[in-house]
Structures are given as structure tokens and as C-alpha cells.
Ligand binder design. Structure first.
Ligand SMILES: C[S@@+](CC[C@H](N)C(=O)[O-])C[C@H]1O[C@@H](n2cnc3c(N)ncnc32)[C@H](O)[C@@H]1O
Length: 463
């Protein structure tokens, strides 16, 4: 048998017509059926490409020059877009981003979940798809003896030293990063050096309530002791009255994980507040809170619509975080049970229920896959289950427990179309038909997409 050799060689210059785009945002062009993946190339474009990596069945290229440009190509407004890995789609019009995300969901459902012929609605986008993020976590380094802050250059741990702004994050976050870096620099606080495993300040995290304008600063350090701590905190809080909480998180490990296990409040409250849809939330440093509050409201409204509550239902909100969806649902349900693995998030959820005088929501710490069978054994029979798992999707034992509980309706909120499609297939085999899918753009300028899915128990299976 003859071995098929790729039709291109490394470093060769080729001209390609791009037909498609991957879910990571790279253009796909083919030479005699052999696909080349090229970042920043758009479907419909013709371009000169340098081949940089040749594998047996596909290769990678670098865009050298566009010969025919797509009408969807735009100038990326960020000055470090091509260095930073944070955004992948700033060179694409927003309309095309929304369309691409819907297609991505459709393809995953078809290929992985074998789900076709159901309505997948057009992606709900933002009116102004910039400055939407309420949280930023930025690495700290040093250059010529001065502290610098900036995201890492793509596929590296080198800080981009000319990054001044991040235009997808709230302006207040940018200002706070500059302020904290400048004060810490003046007080001689050192940056953590990953290679030598020395130094102190690893990251600065800023979280802000877009509705309340309250801000939390989190200093992530290698060791507990911070020199000139009092002056540092004093200067931050006296200069910036919007700061309501300063927290230190200690991460002594040699790791890529940003937050360590231990946190302590240096000044103010352990949380800040924000509001979505008239519900007030307390958010602490380690709790998950959706990063785009404008779109979160649209996402939760859709989840509520799909849950179709009348006030008589018992509802489970699995992977509930600080109880955001639970509290949205509680207003229209008889009782809501939330489960979440992070203890701090559950104490925030309980606090949030009190804060909003919601008495029909109860929260439990634990792994959803363990708590669900226990609830079932206790005789809990939910009418509706809402799930909002992390990117890896639901554990199979969780899905099975959900199927065994036989709720009439399931609302699945997902930030990963591939694991969503895998889980929908399992639910389909368990008697749950996918009725509708609504993609919501929670992360403009990036390839990420969120979906809300409505599933119903098949009539036959209800007997
Ligand atoms: C995508 S977030 C959703 C949070 C919340 N529903 C919201 O909208 O803010 C997923 C949550 O699942 C939690 N989590 C991860 N694994 C879990 C597990 N095995 N059991 C329960 N919760 C888990 C995470 O801590 C996180 O808060």
C-alpha cells in the first residue's frame, strides 16, 4: 500500500481559498482535500499562507497576506490583539461572530449528539459588545526593576509589556489594575518570578458590580506576609472609594492555577454586591459569578421561560454557584433546591436568599453527582431540573440520577457545545427530547458560546 504524503511542505508559500472556520476561530482552506488551519483567515477569503506545521492529515499555516478580503473583516481595535490570546475574533464583524457561534452549536449537536431538526435560534448578541467583563485576573511581572502587569503572550508565560487596556473588561477594572500596580511598585513589593519560584505578587484580580459600582481587589501572593501592607491597603481604599473589599489570596504552589486555597480579608467586607434583574447578589473572591451581567440577564430570562414555572413546582438548580439562577427561579416556584461544590459559594447563596427575602430556596454543599442520588433516596421528586455545569459538562452518574428522578422538564445551561451535545445524547436515550436551543453570546470577541436548552420527558416514558 502506498503512503499518502501531504501535498505541502513546511515553510512553503501557498495560496488558499478559505471555506470554513474552526471552533477556535482559525480559517480552514484545503489543498487537494488536505486541510490547512490558519488563524485570522476568514471564510470566503483568498490569502497567501506560509505552511508552518505539516501533519499526516492536516497542517497549520500563518496568514501572510489576504488577496481577497471578506466583507466581514474588520480592524481589531485592541493594540495587542495579535499578541494576546484572550480574544480570538476581533478581526471578524460582530454579526459574523454571532452567526459562527450558532453554527458551532448546530455542528456539535449534529456530530456529537446526533440532534437535528430542532430550532436553534439566532445567537442573542450584545448591543455594545465591548467592556462587558466584570472580572479581570492579570499576571504581575517585573521589567528593569519595575512592576508590570499584562496578559501572557499567546502560548507563553511572557507578559505583554505594552498592554495598557483590556477593552473587553469594565473600565474600572483597568483603572484599578494600574492603580494597584503603581502603589505596590512604589512600596517596593516584588513580583513573583515563576522560573525562580521567588517574589511575592502573582496576580491582581479585580471584580466589580456593574449595577452597584462596587469593586473588590484581590492580591494573589506566594507568601502570606506582605511588606508595607497597611500603607498599601490604606492608599488603595483612601484613593478609590469604589473599593469596598480588599482580599489577599495566598497561592504558594508552583502552578498555573491562579487562586490558592487560603483567602483573608485585608479590608472591608468579604464580598461586594451586584444586581441582576432586581435580585441582589453578594459575591466573594472565590465564588463563580457570570462575567457578563448584561447577557446573564438575557440568559436567565430564557432559562426561566424554558422552565415554564407556575408557582407550584419543586425545582433543583444543580451547579448553582452563588444561587443566581436559583433565586431567579424561586420567585416563580414552590421550592428550589440548589447544589454546588464550593462551600464559599453556598454560603454566598444562603446570604443572597436572605438578602432578597427569598424563603423557598435551600442550598447544599456537595458534588451534584453525589447529592442527586441522595435526594432521590430521600424522596425528592422535582418537576423541573436546571443544570449549569462547568466546561467539562455533567458527570454520567449525575445524568443518570436526573433521568431516574423523572422531572417533566430539564433546562440545560452550557458553556461548551461539545460536552452539551454529549450529555443531550445521554438524556435523549433516557427519554428526554431536546426541544429548543438558544445560544447567548456571553463572551463577545472570543470563540466561547453559552446555550440554554429546553428538554421534555417523552410522553411514552411518563407512563
Ligand atoms: C458554570 S458555573 C454556574 C454557576 C451558576 N449557575 C451561575 O450561573 O452563576 C458552574 C458551577 O459548578 C460548580 N461545580 C463544579 N463541579 C461541580 C460538581 N461536581 N458538583 C457541583 N457543583 C460543581 C462550580 O464551582 C461552579 O460554581
Amino acid at each position: 500500500m502506498t503512503k499518502k504524503t501531504p501535498p505541502v511542505k513546511k515553510n512553503e508559500l501557498v495560496e488558499l481559498i478559505f471555506e470554513d472556520i474552526t471552533h477556535e476561530g482559525a480559517g480552514v482552506g484545503k489543498i487537494g482535500g488536505y486541510p490547512l488551519f490558519v488563524p485570522y483567515a476568514l471564510p470566503g477569503e483568498k490569502a497567501k499562507v506560509k505552511v508552518i506545521n505539516v501533519k499526516k492529515n492536516f497542517g497549520f499555516g500563518k496568514l501572510v497576506e489576504t488577496v481577497e478580503e471578506s466583507p466581514a473583516r474588520v480592524d481589531p481595535p485592541c493594540n495587542v490583539y495579535y499578541k494576546c490570546g484572550g480574544c480570538q475574533l476581533q478581526h471578524m464583524s460582530y454579526e459574523m461572530q454571532l452567526e459562527m457561534k450558532r453554527n458551532q452549536v448546530q455542528n456539535a449537536l449534529k456530530k456529537i449528539g446526533h440532534i437535528v431538526d430542532i430550532p436553534i435560534h439566532p445567537t442573542i448578541g450584545m448591543e455594545d459588545p465591548w467592556r462587558y467583563r466584570n472580572k479581570v485576573q492579570i499576571p504581575v511581572g517585573s521589567q528593569n526593576g519595575e512592576l508590570i502587569t499584562g496578559f501572557y503572550r499567546k502560548r507563553s508565560h511572557d507578559i505583554i509589556d505594552d498592554m495598557e487596556r483590556c477593552i473587553i473588561t469594565d473600565e474600572v477594572n483597568d483603572r484599578m489594575i494600574d492603580a494597584v500596580r503603581e502603589i505596590a511598585n512604589r512600596l517596593g513589593i516584588s513580583a513573583y518570578d515563576e522560573e525562580k519560584n521567588r517574589g511575592l505578587l502573582r496576580h491582581i484580580m479585580v471584580r466589580s458590580g456593574q449595577e452597584t459600582k462596587q469593586t473588590m481587589i484581590v492580591l494573589i501572593t506566594k507568601k502570606e506576609k506582605i511588606p508595607a501592607l497597611e500603607k498599601l491597603v490604606d492608599e488603595i481604599v483612601k484613593t478609590y472609594p469604589e473599593v469596598k473589599s480588599v482580599v489577599q489570596n495566598i497561592n504558594p504552589e508552583r502552578t498555573n492555577v491562579i487562586l490558592g486555597k487560603k483567602s483573608k480579608v485585608l479590608w472591608g467586607d468579604p464580598y461586594i454586591y451586584d444586581e441582576i434583574g432586581g435580585i441582589r447578589f453578594a459575591i466573594s473572591a472565590k465564588s463563580f459569578y457570570q462575567v457578563n451581567p448584561v447577557q446573564t440577564k438575557k440568559l436567565y430570562d430564557k432559562a426561566l421561560e424554558y422552565a415554564a414555572l407556575t408557582g407550584k413546582e419543586t425545582v433543583i438548580d444543580a451547579y448553582c454557584g452563588i444561587g443566581t439562577i436559583s433565586l431567579f427561579l424561586a420567585k416563580n416556584a414552590k421550592k428550589v433546591y440548589g447544589v454546588e461544590v464550593v462551600p464559599e459559594a453556598i454560603s454566598d447563596a444562603k446570604e443572597n436568599a436572605k438578602l432578597n427575602q427569598i424563603e423557598n430556596a435551600e442550598f447544599f454543599v456537595g458534588q451534584a453527582e453525589k447529592v442527586m442520588p441522595w435526594w432521590k433516596a430521600q424522596g425528592l421528586r422535582p418537576d423541573v431540573i436546571v443544570v449549569d455545569p462547568p466546561r467539562k459538562g455533567c458527570d454520567e452518574s449525575f445524568l443518570q440520577a436526573m433521568i431516574d428522578m423523572k422531572p417533566k422538564r430539564i433546562v440545560y445551561v452550557s458553556c461548551n457545545p461539545s460536552t452539551l451535545a454529549r450529555d443531550l445524547k445521554i438524556l435523549d436515550e433516557g427519554g428526554y427530547e431536546t426541544k429548543e436551543v438558544q445560544p447567548v453570546d456571553m463572551f463577545p470577541q472570543t470563540t466561547h458560546i453559552e446555550c440554554v436548552v429546553w428538554l421534555e420527558l417523552d410522553f411514552v416514558d411518563q407512563k
